[in-house]
Design a protein around this ligand. Structure first.
Ligand SMILES: *Cc1c(COP(=O)(O)O)cnc(C)c1O
Length: 388
């Protein structure tokens, strides 16, 4: 295990930067070449080989942020998830996946794995027994995602590592919701850490990208198939992502703080039935979260009291945008039942605890008092309307 030698803000700002040897500019120059000299050089560079100067720069930053030996940057979070899974899962292999996963990952598994002859089992829950009872003789990988979407349930990283180590399984985590600022799973023995960089790493709702961090050996295995599948990211977007990541720790810490404030305020509100935020002591997984996370993210979910229509409430918001995706500096809100979990049956949603009135709130960096004021005025306007 590598210990962090420099502070997280310094990693965000500097690690990996490409030196401007020609003009001594302060930031990484952007190299857009898709053609590099091959004669007399050590490395044959090509964008789909994930090794242009800007690609390599960001790989180093992601690795440093996750305390990993190496990293890879992909064209999307799903390119990172699918390439990594296919690098380790072959015909006849079996993977145990956590019960609740990002919808795209779930679809990838149930729609594609049978074509590759890969077997899978989703756990019934999050306990040790839920995972161990799903393991078969041909199990090769355990795949988890914590905190989960949208209820922010927490999977115990040390528990997963101990289950996997006993049996020689490879562990993978989708660490998107936590971001490397709040959680470094590799420190807890997880093998491979995956991100949708579209979310906290990009942070401004304007980039689609993915990232993986792991040992050099695992990254080499992923690279071998990655260059065949071709899910690399353009240098221009990589360069923008490097700029975004310089402020990631500042942004995420501000979002953690705002979300905690909002979670507490919502929890005390008469018109709010339930709040799901791992930073609240009443969250069922608060203690596990405390053990493995430095901050509790900018993500939370809540339910309004049943007499208030969630859609009417969202439409009445003026500052908080009703929109898809998450983790931008601007606050956004959505109904999981209508968006991320719309493809599940009503019965399955109910089983997972996702009611029609549940709202997922991605808290941004605005002043918390302005967010509170917006929610307050929206609640007041729907309550008034429904009383008339
Ligand atoms: C968005 C997201 C993904 C997929 O990332 P894309 O960049 O949209 O491909 C994977 N996992 C989680 C948890 C996500 O939120």
């Amino acid at each position: 295990m590598k210990s962090k030698k420099i502070g997280v803000n310094t990693i965000c700002t500097h690690v990996g930067e490409v030196k401007d040897t020609q003009f001594q500019g302060a930031i990484s120059p952007l190299f857009m070449s898709s053609s590099y000299q091959y004669d007399g050089v050590d490395v044959k560079r090509y964008p789909r080989y994930f090794n242009t100067p800007n690609q390599e720069a960001l790989c180093k930053k992601v690795a440093a942020l996750e305390n990993a030996e190496a990293g890879l940057i992909f064209g999307s979070g799903m390119a990172a998830v699918s390439t990594t899974m296919l690098a380790f899962l072959h015909k006849g292999d079996h993977v145990v996946l956590q019960k609740t996963l990002y919808g795209g990952t779930y679809n990838f598994v149930v729609e594609e794995f049978h074509k590759f002859g890969i077997e899978y089992t989703f756990t019934n829950g999050f306990s040790r027994n839920d995972f161990t009872s799903a393991i078969q003789d041909n199990t090769k990988v355990i795949f988890i995602e914590t905190p989960s979407n949208p209820l922010m349930l927490i999977t115990d990283l040390e528990m997963i590592t101990s289950i996997a180590k006993d049996r020689g399984l490879i562990t993978m985590i989708d660490n998107t919701f936590a971001s490397p600022i709040n959680q470094n799973p590799i420190d807890f023995g997880i093998d491979i850490c995956i991100h949708s960089a579209t979310k906290y790493m990009g942070g401004h709702s304007d980039i689609c990208a993915g990232a993986v961090a792991a040992s050099q050996e695992h990254i080499d295995t992923i690279w071998n198939i990655a260059k065949n599948l071709g899910g690399s990211l353009s240098d221009h977007t990589i360069w923008l992502l490097e700029r975004s990541m310089k402020t990631m720790a500042l942004r995420v810490k501000a979002q953690n703080k705002n979300a905690k404030k909002l979670a507490k305020w919502l929890d005390a509100h008469d018109l709010i039935q339930k709040v799901y935020y791992p930073g609240l002591k009443n969250h069922p997984d608060h203690n596990v979260a405390k053990k493995q996370m430095r901050g509790y993210t900018g993500m939370l979910s809540f339910e309004l009291i049943e007499s208030i229509n969630a859609n009417d409430f969202m439409k009445a918001l003026k500052l908080i945008k009703q929109s898809m995706s998450l983790a931008g500096v601007e606050s956004t809100i959505l109904s999981p039942a209508e968006t991320s979990h719309a493809l599940l049956s009503a019965e399955e949603r109910k089983k997972q605890g996702i009611s029609d009135g549940l709202l997922r709130f991605s808290v941004g960096i605005e002043e918390p008092k302005d967010l509170i004021e917006d929610i307050e005025q929206a609640l007041a306007s729907v309550v008034k309307k429904e009383l008339v």
